[in-house]
Design a protein around this ligand. Structure first.
Ligand code: C5P
Length: 232
């Protein structure tokens, strides 16, 4: 199974992200494009980065009625992205409609990954605001199982949860894990972190790293370090 390091390109403009990617010269890292860049620059930024030869995870976390999500996925799939996501909270019908919207005429489609509970949501907020009273780790595993049943390819989760997700949903169900930091690195606002090596040992399939690479003095060296530690 393909394991890789995905760089979260959380920049607000085309100029910034392209200048960042220029530093990699011949290398073509897997890139995550999120809401800020996509809403700021529009779909053309995806086409431009794709044309440079990068794989793209489009992190827009869709959540709406099934028909709307299906139609949105249909147009996003035409951007030729490699991975995309939606909220498991949209329920299984929304997720399976998302999947069918992604299917291209040639029979291919991007990987579809579910967001379970956001890592910014804790037990207290979940109980108070969402009226969900089960333990949050059980909620995450339940959402992962529902996503698997709906035919999705995997979930976004903490590397700390990757092993358990594989136990519950099988080894082939992908775990895409942010919250990765180098040993002795600055954690920023990420609370529960693992190093790339620990994430590998815990069974992460893809690690997502933003600031430890984008804000590094030498981003290419930081990326190569992440690859080396993660791929072993
Ligand atoms: O800079 P950093 O490595 O913390 O970036 C992590 C990336 O992963 C960010 O783009 C963030 O939005 C995203 N993410 C996350 N936690 C989640 C889902 C996505 O940190 N649960």
């Amino acid at each position: 199974m393909a394991k890789d390091v995905i760089i979260a390109c959380d920049f607000s403009s085309k100029e910034e992200v392209l200048a960042f990617l220029d530093k990699f010269e011949g290398r073509k890292p897997y890139v995550k494009i999120g809401m800020e860049l996509f809403y700021g620059e529009g779909p053309d930024i995806v086409r431009q980065i794709k044309a440079r030869g990068h794989k793209i995870f489009l992190d827009l976390k869709l959540h709406d009625i099934p028909n709307t999500v299906k139609k949105a996925m249909k147009v996003l799939s035409r951007l030729d992205v490699d991975m995309i996501n939606c909220h498991a909270a949209g329920t299984s019908v929304m997720m399976s409609e998302a999947l069918s919207g992604l299917l291209r005429e040639d029979g291919t489609r991007p990987l579809l990954i579910a967001v379970t509970q956001l890592t910014s949501t804790d037990q207290e907020a979940m109980e108070r605001d969402l009226w969900i009273e089960k333990p949050i780790d059980q909620v995450v595993m339940h959402y992962a199982s529902v996503a698997k049943e709906a035919g999705l390819d995997g979930v976004v989760c903490s590397p700390l949860e990757a092993g358990k997700v594989h136990e519950v949903c099988g080894e082939g169900f992908l775990t895409v894990t942010p919250g990765v930091r180098f040993a002795q690195g600055d954690h920023g606002d990420q609370k529960r972190v693992m190093t790339p090596e620990e994430a590998r040992k815990n069974g992460s399939d893809y690690i997502v790293m933003g600031r430890p690479i984008t804000a590094a003095e030498d981003p290419v060296a930081a990326y190569e370090r992440a690859l080396k530690e993660f791929l072993g």
